[in-house]
Design a protein around this ligand. Structure first.
Ligand SMILES: [Zn+2]
Length: 150
């Protein structure tokens, strides 16, 4: 993952009274390995509350389409991220349901999407998982790289 992504996650960590935030993860595939290069930031008209985050799908999708075209159709949606007001975050029931919906609606060439939940502690304690057609699974991380879960 690019360092800019970690900076974006840090910026929206729910310390103090900050509301839940989130966006898309955009990346490229290199030989079966997914490299996440961009984490989109919340947009002004996204609905942001403490325990709830809902993306403005229309504008979000437009932005993703723009990246896809500008990159010569190489960059793809790799997944979604959002923040939680927890030290060591885990997916809520809503997260599990919404993640399944996003996966069903989207187009994921690698057959899975990444889900990252950023907590209040260091970014390294974020929850990282993979959504595929069977469900949402936590994955282990090697440094800040995500690997395809074969
Ligand atoms: Zn959540």
């Amino acid at each position: 993952m690019a360092p800019e992504i970690l900076a974006t996650f840090s910026k929206y960590q729910q310390t103090g009274a900050k509301t839940e935030a989130g966006g898309y993860l955009i990346g490229q595939e290199f030989g079966g390995q997914l490299v996440v290069e961009v984490a989109t930031e919340p947009e002004v008209d996204d609905i942001r509350k403490s325990f709830f985050f809902k993306r403005n799908k229309y504008r979000g999708q437009k932005f993703v389409d723009e990246i896809w075209k500008a990159s010569g159709r190489k960059m793809i949606i790799a997944g979604e991220w959002h923040s939680h007001p927890e030290n060591f975050p885990t997916p809520s029931k809503t997260d599990i349901r919404e993640s399944m919906k996003s996966f069903a609606k989207g187009h994921f060439p690698l057959g899975f999407m990444l889900i990252v939940i950023v907590g209040k502690k260091a970014i390294v304690h974020s929850w990282v998982g993979i959504q595929n057609k069977s469900g949402l699974f936590k994955i282990n991380r090697i440094g800040y790289q995500f690997w395809r879960d074969d």
